[in-house]
Design a protein around this ligand. Structure first.
Ligand code: FE2
Length: 255
């Protein structure tokens, strides 16, 4: 999974590129099987307040997923993309983020335009779908290049595109309208999306029945975000202390 300079350039300029799925059919089957076996237990668990439930579901995959995340080829790719010596995993997740976000009672199962970060936040996320995210299955929509632009400027642009739909009496709080430059990512399990969540993104509406699962994790340079440390300690309670120094460092459990 050697990444090329032109892929790196595309990532830096536009915020994303695609890799052939590096897990292979067997790896995907294994992750899928474990995820399905875990699902009931995950759903029935009363996770501590404020803990990222999708991170817990990811970590419950256990050893097979940890081994993937720490593979030198991923770590090396992340270092090159972020142009730094050392990276750690600061966030991860498995499941359907559109479902969690829609729990606030919004009328449609859809995530509004937002950026998880901005021009000052360096990060790279690897995202692979377990189920194909078709246009009817709330596909991720990315606005290329917006990871480089001031947040207020992009928000204003999306607001104007939203108001141009003629549907509103007043400026709405959440923005969903299609931007002429957006890329709708029909994420097929054959491909892994490598992207920065500092780039503005939203989803389409989920109208299709059935699952919309994906899994992924984010690498950050030293000093970057470490959102899911508590989830790691919780899921691997009494185990993480026995991990190798390298694994601990990668998950930001030690410096
Ligand atoms: Fe997001």
């Amino acid at each position: 999974m050697e990444i090329s300079d032109s892929q790196i350039n595309h990532f830096r300029k536009y915020g994303f590129f695609f890799l052939p799925n590096p897990f292979g059919e067997e790896g995907m089957r294994e992750i899928d099987r474990i995820a399905q076996d875990n699902e009931r237990r995950w759903e029935a668990t009363d996770w501590p307040k404020g803990m990222n439930r999708l991170a817990c579901q990811f970590l419950m995959i256990g050893e097979p997923i940890l081994r993937f995340v720490e593979q030198p080829q991923f770590v090396e790719a992340a270092r090159r993309l972020l142009n730094c010596d050392r990276v750690h995993v600061g966030a991860c997740g498995l499941g359907d983020a559109s479902r969690i976000i829609s729990e606030d009672g919004r009328p449609q199962r859809q995530v509004e335009w937002h950026a998880d970060g901005g021009p000052d936040v360096q990060q790279v996320a690897f995202r692979t779908a377990l189920d194909r995210h078709d246009p009817t299955n709330a596909p991720l929509r990315i606005l290329p290049g917006t990871h480089l632009r001031p947040r207020e400027e992009v928000r204003e642009e999306l607001m104007q595109v939203e108001l141009a739909t003629g549907q509103h009496d007043a400026p709405p709080k959440r923005l969903f309208a299609r931007h002429p430059q957006e890329v709708e990512v029909v994420l097929d399990p054959r491909w892994t999306l490598v992207w920065t969540p500092s780039c503005w993104h939203a989803t389409g509406v989920k109208t299709a029945a059935g699952p919309r699962r994906a899994f992924g994790w984010n690498y950050y340079p030293s000093g970057g975000r470490a959102r899911d440390v508590e989830a790691v300690k919780h899921v691997f309670v009494r185990v993480w202390e026995t991990w190798s120094e390298g694994r601990k460092r990668l998950w930001r459990l030690t410096d």
